[in-house]
Design a protein around this ligand. Sequence first.
Ligand code: DC
Length: 237
Amino acid sequence: MKTIVAIDGPAGAGKSTVAKKIAEKLGLIFMNTGSFYRGLTLMLLRDCGSDEAGYGGKKVNLEDRKGIIDFTETLSFEYSSDGLSINGENVEQYLRNDAVESIVSPVSAIPEVRRILNRKIRAVAEKTGVVCEGRDMTTVVFPDTPHKFYLDASVETRAMRRFTQGTSSLSLDEIRKSIEQRDNLDRNKEEGSLRISPDAFYLDSSGLTIDEVCDIMLAEILGKGIHNGAEGSGKGC
Ligand code: DC
């Protein structure tokens, strides 16, 4: 049984930064589960005649749910420290293109697509052991792992972090409003909405540094023990 560390929380709480650092410390793979939704979207674009990066094809018909669901089933996903491969091709370099960005959200909102991808995410994660983050990792995808975390931070803290990153052209107030809107969408999605699992370790990172957050989480994980060796020979720490 491989170690799975599942982290949920709102946008901007520092989940991916923390997940990467913890994966490194524990010798596990950091799995960005959004990549599965992005990878599927890229393949849908290609299936509509786009180039390999997802540009230039016909519009993906998002109304054709059955077609999208059947297509999702046909794809074979692998995940390593180099990222996501689909049908044997590493597609990481294309996943954050505008073409993918523009339709990944409605694709990820299709409940049957979520169920198929969650199954594929589980299969990949259980082979290697992972630290993964998202919105429904602790509640839907890996409810049975002992290592469940909900990483929170106040709206003000998250807005200030984003603002000081300098990657956005929005004002601090505009960033705060967009975070509030995204929180609202995440919490009210039809399936896979953001909720706090009752047995997740809740941590509010407002006022803590990334290293302090990692230290608290690592102590909690190691206190429970991990398995990252070969199947059946887990070494507890
Ligand atoms: O985290 P990200 O921006 O790479 O996610 C891409 C899209 O997939 C985004 O619309 C949210 C969605 N997503 C999801 O629905 N469930 C996940 N576990 C991860 C991402």
